[in-house]
Design a binder for this molecule. Structure first.
Ligand SMILES: *Cc1c(COP(=O)(O)O)cnc(C)c1O
Length: 339
């Protein structure tokens, strides 16, 4: 086995050494759907940073690089209810750094400084500055301007791209692939497919690079939460190859390994869909697991629909990657009232 030697890369630990996030079998959800056996990998339980979620794995590598460069301030960007912004800010607090956020108002008028969910946590965790910019702004330029402002004050900024999705951040999901393969081996679990949300692409790209590095050909079905299939697949493939190179793997990841379905986005990023509401409610009421309205709710809506359309056989084992996000539920309570 070629494998990937991640131990030579700088890493801060916000996860507990020797404690992989659990893989749980969801008997009640599987029975309710009457299809394959569904398992969940609980990356929502990566609680080393406030509120938890997939960005914790990425930030372990990103913040290590920031500290190595002598940075004292983290700058990043996201939507108005961004888990990534919340977790980057939490990492800054943990490291004694400061943090500035550029929030992209992807839906005009959607920023409300008094909103609950992640937005409330930006205030509670103490962001040094929050700047809201209109949809379609040049976010890289906005962050560079912020970094220049930090430098003018005699400090040093480290800029993290949206979602923490560059090769350094996606390395966190190379580590996750390694973790889950070992775990499945220990459990005697054959995984026939992995389903995950696909947004800024680092999660799916890192998983694909990690699986490739271990010669594991488990299909990964990404459920796009924003972009068209063609755009998202191109983004994931490009980042998967850059990530593979970053961790020292040779050879290109086959293009056909990259699958992103765009049937569950609905009217747009972060806009609720009936399938999302059904999925969040069903998983809450069968398994007492909290999904989120923007990512995992739509990803689970995708998995439920694929099961109903007979995409899997009854003997398949399908692993749903729970990437977190439940703090955002509290900004969407109205969507779930009734029924
Ligand atoms: C960011 C995020 C995702 C998407 O991960 P990407 O690496 O951006 O594709 C999925 N779920 C949650 C809860 C997230 O916050």
């Amino acid at each position: 086995m070629a494998g990937v030697d991640l131990a030579r890369l700088a890493r801060r630990r916000y996860t507990e050494p020797g404690h992989p996030t659990p893989i749980e079998r969801l008997d009640r959800l599987s029975a309710a759907l009457g299809g394959p056996t569904i398992y969940v990998k609980r990356d929502d339980l990566l609680m080393g940073l406030a509120g938890g979620g997939n960005k914790v794995r990425k930030l372990e590598f990103l913040v290590a690089e920031a500290l190595a460069q002598g940075a004292d301030t983290l700058i990043t960007t996201g939507a108005v209810q961004s888990n990534h912004c919340r977790l980057t800010l939490a990492a800054a607090v943990r490291e004694g750094m400061r943090c500035r956020l550029i929030l992209e108002e992807r839906i005009p008028g959607s920023y409300d400084p008094g909103a609950s969910g992640n937005n409330f946590l930006y205030q509670l965790l103490g962001a040094e500055r929050i700047r809201v910019v209109p949809a379609g702004s040049d976010l890289v330029a906005e962050m560079e301007a912020e970094a220049a402002d930090v430098a003018a004050a005699g400090r040093k900024a480290y800029v993290i791209p949206g979602g923490g999705s560059n090769a350094v951040g996606a390395t966190g999901y190379v580590a996750c692939a390694q973790e889950l393969l070992y775990q499945a081996f220990e459990m005697g679990l054959r995984i026939d497919a992995i389903v995950c949300a696909s947004g800024s692409a680092g999660t799916q790209a890192g998983l694909l690079a990690g699986l490739h590095g271990h010669h594991a050909d488990i299909p990964v079905i990404g459920i796009s939460v924003r972009s068209s299939r063609a755009e998202q697949e191109a983004r994931v493939w490009e980042l998967a190859n850059r990530t593979a190179e970053h961790v020292g793997l040779r050879g290109e990841i086959p293009r056909e390994r990259v699958v992103c379905l765009d049937d569950y986005v609905g009217p747009g990023y972060s806009i609720p869909t009936p399938g999302m509401v059904e999925a969040v409610r069903m998983v809450a009421r069968t398994e007492a697991i909290l999904l989120d309205p923007v990512y995992t709710g739509k990803a689970m809506a995708g998995l439920i629909d694929l099961v109903r359309r007979g995409r899997f056989s009854g003997s398949d084992h399908v692993l749903f990657l729970h990437t977190g996000g439940s703090p955002a539920l509290f900004a969407y309570t109205g969507v779930f009232r009734g029924a």
